[in-house]
Design a protein around this ligand. Structure first.
Ligand code: FES
Ligand SMILES: [Fe+2]
Length: 473
């Protein structure tokens, strides 16, 4: 099948995807499209509501807000995780806000009605004041919301008929489970209020094509030619070098410079993100600086990777920290940024990692959240970080890599409004995920049955840098 002409049939939605590699600009600002998402997408999808690390003890709760809805996720006496719509059954006051612990249940701040951690109403002040049909016990319990757990997080879904979480995130789990993402614990949490549509913020993290121009510090200038000795003069950029590496044109490397470049890349990402590649892993890698490696590219990369994985596994094992088998994960090609439709990313890497979540705040505004994740010895994890006050895109406190990404986004949102800019044109080879998930959104907006949506989800979830795929509609 020709990838460029996949899925030409337009779905009955505003500004539909008629080609997998073209995204109509209006999908990023049109109020009709935004309203359709709010009505037909968000109420039907699994959404990462919190890390389980935020609610480790009975009575711990967090509130999760999406659009005009609020859900409270709570750890019960029996250790199970439940979710309820955050509204008192009397006159609708929100029972809780933010995060906290209510070991003996919820007490409404307005007239004092009480609810157990299982949502059961336990107290109505002066019940005789209410007509009997307004105080039927079965009618007074908190309204439950679906909640399921995976990968160290609780996910909620407003749709009682949605397929189970695991069916939806099966592909993401195939990548993340071998990395034991459930053992990754949030270390810090930051958020940004971006003046862009929520999808635009996601797109910026779905391809590595922008790295050369947006994050040039990740590639020291001139280093690639020195490291890879038989690279032709025509290789002026890391990107072209990557292409030559991929087709096997580059065979000889200088092992010393190769190691220096690996360390440079790890340090640049670690400092630039203040995480993702954890400073623990960078320190361990620095200890391998004098490692002997062969001078052929394949041998050097294999030798370096094996030594680094060994050293990280040994360090963590000495600390009593449970780690994934990095060798096996690497051998299966499972490392990478994993997308969980519609708005969550997990980036397990070496011992640690990161997570992103994006939520709409309006047609042209969103909340972008970043967590740094790492592993701790049993019983030694610190309390999970508190929900941060959102910063602006140009806040000087952002570390280099997110500030570089955020600097493009407001300008891109403005550019989308330009006369004559009808659609984004995507590379169907490396920007495919953007077109894939946009078409899955169309599936939701068209009201397709869950069986079609779940099948499409298997094509859409997974590693971010991928080709345009046939998602079935
Ligand atoms: S609104 Fe909650 S007790 Fe009245
Ligand atoms: Fe980036």
């Amino acid at each position: 099948m020709n990838r460029r002409t996949l899925n030409l049939r337009a779905l009955p939605v505003p500004h539909p995807m008629t080609r997998a590699d073209r995204v109509p600009a209006q999908r990023y600002y049109d109020s009709e499209f935004y309203a359709a998402e709010n009505e037909l997408l968000w109420p039907r999808v699994w959404q990462m509501a919190c890390f389980l690390a935020e609610i480790p003890h009975p009575g711990d709760y967090i509130t999760y807000n999406i659009l005009d809805k609020a859900v409270v996720v709570v750890r019960g006496d029996d250790g199970s995780v439940r979710a309820f719509h955050n509204a008192c059954r009397h006159r609708g006051v929100e029972l809780v806000r933010g995060r906290g612990n209510l070991r003996s249940g919820f007490i409404c701040p307005f007239h004092g009605w009480c609810y157990g951690l299982d949502g059961v109403n336990t107290f109505v002040y002066q019940p005789d004041l209410f007509e009997e049909s307004n105080r039927r016990p079965e009618d007074l319990n908190l309204v439950p919301c679906r909640v399921e757990t995976w990968g160290g997080s609780a996910f909620i879904n407003f749709d009682p008929n949605a397929r189970p979480l695991h069916d939806c995130l099966k592909t993401a789990a195939r990548y993340c489970d071998p990395m034991k993402v459930e053992g990754l614990w949030p270390e810090w949490w930051l958020s940004c209020r971006l003046p862009t549509n929520w999808k635009l913020a996601m797109d910026a993290f779905m391809e590595g094509y922008h790295v050369m121009q947006t994050h040039p510090q990740l590639f020291p200038s001139g280093a690639s030619r020195q490291v890879y000795r038989d690279v032709s003069e025509s290789v002026a950029s890391m990107e072209r070098l990557s292409a030559q590496l991929a087709v096997g044109h580059v065979k000889k490397v200088d092992p010393r410079m190769f190691v220096d470049q690996q360390l440079h890349m790890m340090r640049s990402v670690s400092v630039g993100m203040a995480g993702l590649i954890h400073e623990k892993d960078v320190r361990i890698a620095e200890g391998l600086r004098n490692i002997e490696l062969p001078d052929d590219f394949g041998g050097a990369i294999a030798g370096w990777t094996r030594a680094l994985h060994d050293a990280i596994l040994t360090w963590n094992s000495n600390q009593g920290i449970d780690m994934p088998d990095l060798h096996a994960v690497d051998a299966q090609g499972l490392t990478g940024i994993t997308f969980c439709f519609p708005n969550y990313f997990l980036l397990p890497y070496l011992s640690s990692g990161a997570a992103y979540r994006v939520r709409p705040l309006g047609p042209e505004e969103c909340l972008f959240e970043i967590w740094s994740l790492t592993r701790y010895p049993p019983g030694e994890a610190p309390p999970a970080p508190l929900e941060p006050e959102p910063m602006l895109a140009d806040d000087p406190r952002w570390s280099l890599i997110p500030s570089q990404d955020f600097s493009n986004l407001p300008s891109q949102q403005r550019g989308l409004h330009a006369d004559g800019f009808e659609y984004m044109r995507l590379s169907d080879r490396i920007e495919g995920m953007i077109g894939n998930y946009q078409r899955l959104i169309d599936g939701y907006l068209a009201g397709l049955p869950h069986e079609h949506l779940v099948a499409a989800m298997q094509q859409v979830c997974g590693h971010t840098e991928c080709e345009s795929r046939d998602i079935g509609f």
